[in-house]
Design a protein around this ligand. Structure first.
Ligand code: AMP
Length: 170
């Protein structure tokens, strides 16, 4: 996708010194490119081999819900602390610039057998690994991960034993 990279802006030393932050919000300001991107994300085998999509707060929601609409696959969400009501499954993780916890509603994971994990960006892989652990602890299968960007030098994909699809390697 030749027009994708020019819509992604890099901010240096954000949110912490030493981080080159990739701002993806330019993509949704260009609906033509956004549509092309969603069609591409929706058509790969990770999505095809899943019963449902699980998207990660917050930027993962943008891409996950558009893929869900495009493919008619249901979507569930992994959220940060204090956002989800009901009985939750929780898991800690560390990411390129910090630590965190993600939760899913227990009953949302009971409904489907396999999940494609969707987020905006793969860096160290800690965030996606956290969601994969939540899925597997529930006895369910991970079909793989789909992200817009993959930061190649961090080699996050080496943590995973499932297919990793990224639309743009940087
Ligand atoms: P990681 O767990 O290290 O793979 O980090 C991935 C998560 O953190 C994603 O949800 C991204 O939104 C965010 N993230 C990590 N590094 C960056 C970066 N350089 N630019 C933008 N977002 C990032």
């Amino acid at each position: 996708m030749k027009n994708l990279e020019r819509l992604i802006k890099t901010y240096y030393d954000f949110p912490k010194k030493g981080i080159a932050f990739k701002d993806i919000f330019g993509i949704i300001q260009d609906p033509e490119v956004f549509r092309e991107l969603i069609l591409k994300m929706s058509s790969n085998k990770v999505i095809k081999n899943s019963e449902a999509i699980i998207s990660i707060e917050a930027r993962g929601f943008i891409f996950g819900s558009a893929i869900s609409l495009q493919t008619s696959k249901p979507m569930v969400v992994a959220r940060k602390p204090g956002k989800l009501p009901g009985e939750l499954l929780k898991e800690n993780y560390s990411l390129e610039y910090g630590k965190g916890t993600l939760s899913v509603q227990k009953d949302s994971l009971e409904k489907f057998n396999s999940y494609a994990i969707v987020d905006d960006l793969l860096a160290t892989g800690g965030t996606i690994e956290c969601v994969a652990n939540l899925i597997r602890k529930s006895g369910k299968r991970v079909s793989g991960s789909v992200t817009v960007i993959e930061l190649m030098e961090l080699n996050g994909r080496c943590r995973f034993d499932f297919p990793v699809e990224s639309m743009l390697c940087m």
